[in-house]
Design a protein around this ligand. Structure first.
Ligand SMILES: C[S@@+](CC[C@H](N)C(=O)[O-])C[C@H]1O[C@@H](n2cnc3c(N)ncnc32)[C@H](O)[C@@H]1O
Length: 273
């Protein structure tokens, strides 16, 4: 397994004579932490619902996780296929909408999925495109193209402005995360790789450090990506130049929505004129 402990967290552990118990953010108990961290975040829901009203269904929510976007879509009457690599993340979604007739949960890799249906809308929210390296993104685009209906829309989000800038510099600060028995303090640490292309993120509870022993450190690796690069990659992969619009957020986070279709849909529409 790749070592995803940042140097600053490693130094803190050494000081406390503690060992890291590394836990992927999207597996096992990591998924409960993810839920606590972002479960209540309403960002992107308004924009995704507006897109769904325009395109209709069926909809595929790629890297759907615990269903932050899937749940409001299904509750609004859309048929949704939720795809995620993590069975544990999808379990949260299944529990939220048990046996719902309009929901299909599929454990699959977004870089290579093969489903029988074609979709009016494919959504990749929560800036999850940054989970993939260049090869992974190119495979994702191919998989999405295979599954989009004629005129189908592919929508993805990416950090912008000052939010994007904070993702490319090292960070270490405390955050408050809601817990079962009230708010808890976590240390958030971010380390940027030498080439600046990706970042490793860690969360741990400072209270656990004081106790020494094995300390749970939640981890993830994400790429540092700018929307212009994604726009270029989409066009290279046979999509139209994306329409880019800001996502309205309540906490000042800056996010942009990229909306595109298969290039041949645009060419067909132009030749009809
Ligand atoms: C940031 S979460 C987003 C979850 C959800 N869309 C949301 O808005 O909260 C990223 C999700 O991507 C999933 N994931 C990571 N790599 C993946 C892959 N290669 N294929 C499919 N899902 C993946 C993780 O399991 C996780 O559920």
């Amino acid at each position: 397994m790749e070592d995803l402990i940042t140097d600053s967290v490693r130094a803190r552990l050494a000081l406390a004579r503690a060992d890291a118990k590394e836990l992927d953010l999207y597996s096992g108990a990591g998924t409960d932490f993810y839920q606590r961290l972002v479960g209540a975040d309403r960002a992107e829901i308004r924009e995704v619902m507006a897109l769904a009203r325009r395109t209709g269904g069926p909809i595929i929510d790629i890297a759907a996780g615990s269903g932050r976007l899937t749940i409001p879509l299904v509750r609004s009457g859309y048929r949704v296929t939720a795809v995620d690599l993590s069975h544990d993340m999808l379990s949260h979604l299944r529990r939220a909408l048990p046996d719902h007739p309009s929901l299909d949960c599929v454990v699959a890799d977004m870089r290579d999925f093969r489903l029988t249906r074609r979709y009016a809308l494919a959504v990749l929210g929560a800036t999850s495109i940054t989970l993939l390296d260049e090869d992974g993104r190119s495979r994702l685009y191919r998989s999405v193209r295979r599954h989009l209906a004629t005129d189908g829309v592919f929508a993805l989000t990416v950090a912008a402005g000052t939010s994007a800038a904070t993702l490319s510099v090292p960070q270490e600060h405390e955050i408050t995360v809601p817990g079962p028995a009230g708010d808890e303090t976590y240390l958030f640490a971010q380390q940027i790789d030498a080439d600046g292309a990706s970042r490793v993120v860690n969360w741990l509870r400072p209270a656990d450090l004081r106790r020494g022993g094995a300390v749970t450190v939640l981890t993830s690796r994400l790429r540092v990506l700018h929307r212009d690069r994604l726009a270029h990659e989409l066009v290279e992969s046979g999509f139209t130049p994306p329409r880019i619009s800001p996502v309205r957020t309540q906490d000042g986070q800056e996010i942009e929505l990229l909306e595109t279709t298969r290039a041949e849909s645009l060419r067909a529409a132009q030749s009809d004129v």
